[in-house]
Design a protein around this ligand. Structure first.
Ligand code: ATP
Ligand code: TZE
Ligand code: MG
Length: 277
């Protein structure tokens, strides 16, 4: 795909989400659940948060895409997550995984291990999470460590490119690695997207909500284009929002407003470059 074709796909995805208002439910952490829903709404999607196994199954049959974030697990998720993922696979619906907190606790590890058999269309995470998931699934990452300290990244985005490509190839989808510069790959092409703001790191749930927005775009385009559209949206809107913000609190609000008002051209023309790594 040429760069021109990719930018056209991004423009179309932004417009399609606004026009079609796809239903994109989430099973996500209780820390940032509100920001995830608001970000999904701001970019045109319809949000619905669920916890229970039968609800995950039921809504999988009527949604257009789904978001699963491992941030704060409850015992019921031992049942909810496998049943929901099975329902999504049976219905052929794309879903996005954010493996937050990977490495912490046995339930999280076991659930993430099981997902290898029924993988998502997109994995979104910070560098440390992407490296840890690829290692957990026995893929070639070039990085021996598989521990994550809490929910914030301790590795550079560049050090996660090999893991991201291996993961993307394995899932036949896309992987988005967030950081000062974001990387998105389908396992072959590696796109770097620029912009954003350091203030994102002072708002909990910037990454979680980016995953939710990836899922909104996965409802209207292919996984690679969806991930790039979401990442470009965050970088373009974040860069603009920073100019008006006085700190993390006002940044979060102005960022949502900016995302809501950004034109499809603004998202499609965000600074990015692509290479075959
Ligand atoms: N230093 C930075 N400069 C510009 N943008 C940044 C910077 N760090 C992160 N971002 C942006 O912040 C957003 C979230 O990425 P981040 O890596 O903080 O996710 P995360 O660690 O998973 O966040 P959380 O777990 O709190 O949801 C992305 O859009 C990313 O581009
Ligand atoms: C702070 C935090 N703790 C568990 S999930 C979460 C949101 C950021 O990933
Ligand atoms: Mg995160």
């Amino acid at each position: 795909m040429t760069e021109r074709e990719l930018r056209k796909k991004i423009r179309q995805a932004v417009e399609a989400a606004r026009k079609e208002c796809p239903l994109v439910p989430s099973i996500t952490n209780t820390v940032t659940i509100n920001l995830v829903a608001n970000a999904q709404l701001a970019c045109g999607g319809s949000a619905a948060m669920v916890y229970l196994p039968d609800e995950g199954e039921a809504i999988s049959s009527i949604c257009q895409a789904f978001y699963i974030n491992m941030g704060t697990l409850f015992p019921v998720y031992a049942e909810t997550l496998p049943r929901t993922i099975r329902a999504l696979a049976d219905a052929g619906k794309p879903w996005v995984l954010d493996p937050v907190g990977i490495g912490l606790g046995s339930l999280r590890t076991e659930l993430l291990r099981q997902m290898k058999a029924m993988p998502p269309a997109i994995v979104r995470g910070n560098a440390s999470e992407i490296i840890a998931l690829a290692n957990l699934w026995g893929l070639d990452t070039g990085v021996a460590k598989d521990g994550v300290r809490g929910v914030d990244a301790t590795d550079s985005v560049d050090s996660a490119v090999m893991a991201a490509r291996a993961l993307a190839r394995f899932i036949h989808g896309a992987v988005a690695v967030s950081g000062a510069v974001d990387v998105v790959t389908d396992g072959d092409v590696v796109v770097r997207s620029y912009g954003g703001s350091p203030l994102f790191t002072k708002v909990t749930g910037s990454g979680c909500s980016l995953g939710g927005v990836c899922a909104v775009y996965a409802a209207v385009t292919d996984p690679f284009a969806a991930a790039i559209t979401a990442v470009n949206m965050y970088n373009a809107a974040g860069k603009r929002a920073e100019k008006e913000a006085r700190g993390p609190g006002s940044f979060e609000k102005i960022f949502l407003d900016t995302m809501y008002n950004l034109s499809a051209d603004d998202v499609a023309s965000n600074a990015m470059d692509a290479c075959k790594a």
